[in-house]
Ligand binder design. Structure first.
Ligand code: F6R
Ligand code: ZN
Length: 195
């Protein structure tokens, strides 16, 4: 039998409630924490000043330990919505070590945006059944471009580490906006002005 002390782990992805058990970490990120990552912080302020502070995304993660050789597994839900024209999205990060990661689309529609350290970007639509592979050294962010929740599974080396500083400082070179009801990838004006 598999018990909490067993070397063998059995992790359940609940595909009705969209939760993962067991999890060693659960995190919920609200608009107030993320507002300066959007290209239009005034639009974020408008939502916040109406008394709402919506959850933008949440994730579960399971790691035996954050040590070389292990894998960290997780489940992320990005809620539908926009700040101005920009869709709800994750903060985004680079790994501290050159570690790859994969994302597996489970529900909804979204985009996986990756960016090299010198600012080249690529993206793929992640829908149920599609795996997006993030190569080592590329920063990554996910964006919910649909009308419902966007949910995906991810896995990466447990000792990868996370660098959120570069994204905070420079952002991503591209952003995904709603244009007449459809997602459009455009240059991020704030990225251009910071380089
Ligand atoms: C882990 C990873 C994802 C994200 C998650 C939340 O390396 O890429 O699990 O951690 O989707 O996004 P961030 O970490 O950018 O807040
Ligand atoms: Zn990552």
């Amino acid at each position: 039998m598999v018990s909490a002390e067993s070397a063998l782990k059995a992790i359940t992805l609940d595909l009705k409630k969209y939760l993962m058990k067991p999890a060693t970490r659960k995190r919920e990120v609200r608009l107030s924490e993320l507002k300066e990552y959007f290209s239009n912080p005034e639009a974020a302020d408008k939502i916040l000043s109406s008394g709402r502070d919506p959850t933008i995304y949440e994730y579960y993660e399971f790691a035996v330990e954050e040590a070389a050789g292990h894998l960290s597994l997780g489940l992320t839900t990005i809620y539908p919505g926009k700040v101005g024209k920009e869709y709800f999205m994750t903060r985004g990060h680079f790994h501290l070590k050159p570690a790859a990661e994969f994302y597996y689309g489970i529900r909804g529609r979204g985009v996986l945006l990756i960016q090299s350290e010198d600012g080249r970007t690529e993206y793929v639509e992640l829908k149920p059944g599609v795996i997006g592979y993030v190569p080592p050294g590329w920063g990554h962010r996910t964006i919910n471009t649909g009308r419902g929740r966007f949910i995906f599974f991810f896995a990466y080396p447990s000792d990868a580490g996370h660098d959120y500083g570069i994204v905070k400082e420079k952002g991503f070179a591209k952003m995904i906006v709603d244009e007449r009801g459809k997602p459009k990838v455009i240059d991020n004006p704030r990225y251009a002005s910071s380089t």
